[in-house]
Design a protein around this ligand. Structure first.
Ligand code: HEM
Length: 521
């Protein structure tokens, strides 16, 4: 019994020892796995999160450089980038870019991305457009791509006179004692683009309305500012701050009120079947191209115009400013360009609203090296989306292209980082005597308005910018006018000419160009 007892006690002790050892081993195993997995995992996640947030905030000030660095490392594969208010997946291979274009509008949306960018509820008088493209029709595309483009030859001669007059008035504001004017080039280009666009979109009457013109000018700046403030603050706070900001700025109210005044009258006439006067402007075209079964009311027409107004003025004035600055930096192009539009080519440009191949190429080269945007073809995921590579987008993420990096790679552009103003010109047109500065050409000539896998300034595929023919024509008109009437020079060639915000490069207001009236003009 003792033995048994002993044995029993010893067995019991052994069991206890086994149990204790098992518990210790289990604890060690749990701790070990916890350290290696859970804690380590948690630690890695926190570290990654902190790194992503730091990178997201740096993106605000260094977006183009960060995109370029990631593109250089990507080897043509999709790569990820963060901003404080979102996650972007960039694609650069043609087959991946095609996946953006072929994805249904219910999954990848340009409208939703634009809405996040512009915050129209606060910046555009409460315009809350649908995320899904086409919910209320896409007639405005035809209004711009077809009707506005076809209307260009009819308005270009008048626009030439109106903008030339305004250019002289603006330049004379900054006259120095020596007769040269020190002109802040970006604000001046914005003023000229605002005038040209008011004239083309709304007609002469509104273009002469000073309070409207002033508001239309500040509206662009204020839209940008409101949208950016709302985007960087937490969403819960934005709901309060957004309306407060909207109340404080007057430009969107004035633009809305003036446009509503005209649109309401036109819509009334349309609904009554009255054709009192033929109107040839964007207000009319947007109204007439709205869905037949559910025609847009005056407010919907005005909202659309306000959205188009921001995009068009901002991108055109920025692109034209950089082109003029590039002319200051590459003076050897000025004579051949003057020769082009002081010859018969200008008359055919006004007739067809296209042409001037040398100037076309020069502006394209400038836009290639200093594009307004480093991120293009933006689409926001309305539903989860997976690329063929396996890269995944959650709802709210953006899919986009690294436009600047793509335009500055040797693969697509020989001598990619050197400025060659006539690189896109057809060599058949090339008069070697006049155009000595050029050596590197693309394998095929192309136009500023062309859209393709290597030039995404206008976006890509079926949603490429419908206003691009108009934009190219107006930018040519303005650049041509400046160098026809003045010799121009950057006052400080070394000074940084732009500042960066997110993925945009924006010309500095204080960059000064000296305008000296030409001896011949
Ligand atoms: C230099 C000037 C301009 C640039 C660089 C530019 C660029 C762009 C880009 C990148 C897109 C997005 C396309 C995509 O994601 O695939 C776009 C769309 C658009 N642009 Fe422009 N644009 C310019 C001027 C204009 C002008 C003058 C107008 C109006 C007359 C205009 C009207 C539009 C509209 C309505 C859309 C949206 C198209 C849609 O929803 O399908 N743009 N533009």
């Amino acid at each position: 019994m003792d033995a048994f007892n002993f044995s029993s006690a010893s067995h019991h002790d052994n069991r206890n020892i086994f149990a204790a050892v098992s518990v210790v081993i289990a604890i060690i195993a749990v701790l070990h796995s916890w350290r290696d997995n859970s804690v380590g995992y948690l630690f890695r996640r926190v570290k990654q999160h902190v790194r992503n947030r730091a990178s997201a905030w740096s993106f605000l000030l260094k977006g183009p450089t960060m995109i370029q660095t990631a593109f250089d490392k990507s080897n043509g594969q999709p790569f990820e980038m963060f901003a404080p208010d979102g996650r972007y997946i960039f694609v650069s291979a043609p087959e991946h870019i095609k996946e953006i274009d072929t994805a249904p509008d219910t999954i990848l949306s340009l409208q939703a991305a634009s809405k996040q960018m512009l915050q129209p509820v606060y910046s555009m008088h409460g315009f809350n457009w649908f995320d899904r493209r086409g919910t209320e029709g896409v007639g405005f595309i035809r209004a711009l791509r077809t009707l506005l483009t076809h209307h260009l030859p009819a308005i270009l001669p008048d626009l030439r006179i109106a903008t030339s007059y305004r250019l002289k008035a603006e330049v004379s504001k900054y006259k120095t004692l020596e007769g040269t004017s020190h002109v802040p080039i970006y604000p001046t280009m914005v003023t000229l683009v605002v005038l040209a666009n008011s004239y083309s979109f709304f007609g002469e009457e509104l273009a002469r309305n000073e309070p409207f013109m002033k508001a239309a000018l500040t509206y662009v700046e204020q839209t940008f500012l409101i949208a950016e403030i709302v985007r960087v603050i937490p969403r819960t706070l934005a709901k309060f701050v957004g309306p407060m900001l909207a109340k404080r700025v007057s430009s969107q109210k004035i633009v809305y009120k003036e446009l509503m005044f005209i649109a309401e009258e036109r819509v009334r006439d349309r609904d009554l079947g009255l054709k009192t006067k033929t109107h040839n402007d964007c207000i009319q075209w947007i109204m007439e191209t709205s869905p037949k079964q559910n025609p847009w009311n005056a407010q919907r027409v005005v909202f659309e115009l306000m959205a188009i107004w921001f995009g068009s003025v901002h991108a055109m004035s920025t692109t034209a400013t950089f082109a003029l600055q590039d002319l200051c930096l590459h003076q050897e192009y000025i004579e051949p360009l003057r020769k082009e539009f002081e010859g018969p080519a200008y008359a055919s440009f006004e007739k067809a609203a296209s042409g001037l191949p040398l100037l076309d190429s020069f502006i394209k080269e400038s836009a290639r090296l200093t594009p307004v945007e480093s991120l293009s073809t933006r689409r926001q995921a309305l539903k989860p989306f997976t690329l063929s590579t396996g890269a995944r987008l959650s709802v709210g993420d953006w899919l986009c292209t690294p436009v600047q990096a793509l335009m500055q790679t040797e693969t697509h552009y020989p001598q990619a980082l050197s400025f060659n103003g006539f690189r896109f010109v057809d060599p058949a047109l090339f008069d070697k005597e006049d155009m000595a500065p050029n050596e590197a050409f693309q394998s095929a000539p192309s136009k500023l308005t062309d859209v393709g896998h290597t030039f995404h300034v206008w976006g890509t595929g079926r949603m490429a910018c419908p206003g691009r023919v108009y934009a190219a024509a107006i930018m040519k008109l303005l650049v041509a006018q400046v160098i026809t009437e003045y010799d121009i020079e950057l006052v400080d060639k070394q000074e940084q000419r732009w500042w960066v915000w997110r993925s945009s490069m924006l010309p500095k207001d204080k960059t000064i160009v000296a305008f000296k009236p030409r001896a011949t003009s």
